[in-house]
Design a protein around this ligand. Structure first.
Ligand SMILES: C[S@@+](CC[C@H](N)C(=O)[O-])C[C@H]1O[C@@H](n2cnc3c(N)ncnc32)[C@H](O)[C@@H]1O
Length: 378
């Protein structure tokens, strides 16, 4: 028997059911209460964790997003009741950077705002409350399930939320589409291919994918679509801002990516084996932005802007952040260090600048005036 408690639980589950979908396996690895990667103690993001997100690089990331949020507030006619919702808020660092900026630089927008934090892992609320103590009067919390019951006007934003949702994995074979299941062989976790567990997988690929070649593997995120449906139902008026790594469908399902996009992260090393270190390594996939845009349009969410993170940040205010460094009371060495740190957020060709994409969607907003729509203009 394994000394990994999560592996024992998953193995027992497989013995009872015969096998489980990869999606259920990934959900357990990431979110099994108390034992999953995101639901167990320990730092996940940053130097002491397993990977960096833009949030951990520099507060300028959140400050630029806050500039765009203030423009969204103006585009909505400066409402006095403006709800910000951060989904997948983690420890609350991005929310802190956004609220600090609004309080300092956009006081009218700040006064009108309240902030709701949505996190799958409820115990993070304590860390979020500490980090956001200066904004305590404006804070609220809700679970992902409660999000479905909300109705609000404002902005829902997320960074690296959808890449952390469990996916189904499929393979195209000469006999047709097959799904990856997880079973036990001689007591060890092993993969098994069989007919898909639900027709929704083939329907998803027909609607939001491209034809797969024989031998090609791919991921299908039904959870990502379900999340968008919840968000679309909750948002009465305003914007959805989604930042994540992923591609439009042609690039995501290209035959060049024959093995799909699933990766595991542990102590800043990349692995492709999801059957080791259960609950102790991140498992992640690239997201399908075409699915979000196309399903969004069906749900009344218009695509306002979609593009690389570097374009978004540069057009939404990153240059002002560089200027702020120049006028700050810092030594030349400190300024250089700060400039290089900021550059990581916008560096293209494999850096965070074009690995990450930004999608802005809106409901019931005429002619939004956003920085990203003006373009970089260099
Ligand atoms: C990759 S981490 C990103 C954290 C943070 N946004 C950042 O960029 O550093 C993904 C986070 O999303 C949370 N999460 C996953 N599914 C969620 C859902 N349906 N609703 C809200 N949070 C969710 C996870 O618990 C985890 O904290």
């Amino acid at each position: 028997m394994s000394d990994n408690q999560l592996e024992t639980i998953i193995s027992d589950r497989i013995r009872q059911q015969g096998r489980i979908t990869f999606c259920d396996y990934m959900a357990a690895c990431l979110y099994e209460p108390g034992l999953g990667y995101y639901t167990s103690p320990g730092r996940k993001v940053g130097t002491a964790g397993d990977f960096y997100t833009s949030i951990t690089v520099h507060a300028a990331f959140g400050r630029v997003i806050a500039r765009e949020i203030a423009r969204m507030w103006r585009s909505l006619g400066q409402p006095t009741d403006f709800t910000l919702v951060e989904a997948g808020a983690g420890h609350g660092r991005l929310a802190g950077d956004v609220m600090d900026f609004l309080a300092e630089q956009e006081p009218d927008c700040y006064v009108a705002s309240r902030l709701l934090l949505v996190e799958q892992e409820p115990t993070l609320a304590g860390a979020q409350a500490d980090l956001l103590a200066a904004h305590a009067a404006k804070l609220g919390w809700c679970s992902p399930a409660q999000l479905a019951t909300l109705r609000f006007s404002g902005v829902l934003y997320s960074n690296e939320l959808l890449d952390a949702m469990p996916v189904h994995r499929v393979v195209m074979t000469a006999e047709g589409l097959r799904e990856v299941f997880v079973t036990l062989q001689d007591g060890q976790l092993a993969e098994q291919l069989d007919h898909p567990s639900t027709p929704a997988l083939e329907q998803y690929l027909t609607r939001y994918g491209t034809p797969l070649l024989a031998g090609q593997e791919a991921e299908v995120s039904l959870a990502g679509l379900a999340w968008l449906e919840t968000v679309a139902a909750a948002l009465e008026r305003g914007f959805v801002l989604t930042i994540d790594y992923g591609f439009p469908k042609e690039e995501l399902y290209t035959p060049r990516r024959r093995q799909g996009t699933l990766l595991c992260y542990h102590q800043h090393k990349v692995e492709d084996n999801p059957y080791i270190r259960l609950g102790q390594q991140d498992i992640t996939t690239h997201i399908n932005f075409s699915a979000l845009m196309e399903r969004g349009e069906q749900l009344g969410l218009q695509t306002v802007w979609f593009g690389e993170q570097y374009r978004f940040l540069l057009s939404a205010g990153m240059l002002d952040e560089f200027e702020a460094i120049e006028s700050a009371a810092l030594s030349e060495a400190e300024k250089l260090k700060a400039r290089l740190t900021l550059k990581r957020l916008i560096m293209p060709e494999g850096g965070m600048g074009d690995t990450f994409q930004v999608l802005v969607q809106s409901r019931d907003v005429e002619r939004p005036q956003l920085g990203c729509l003006k373009g970089i203009g260099l």
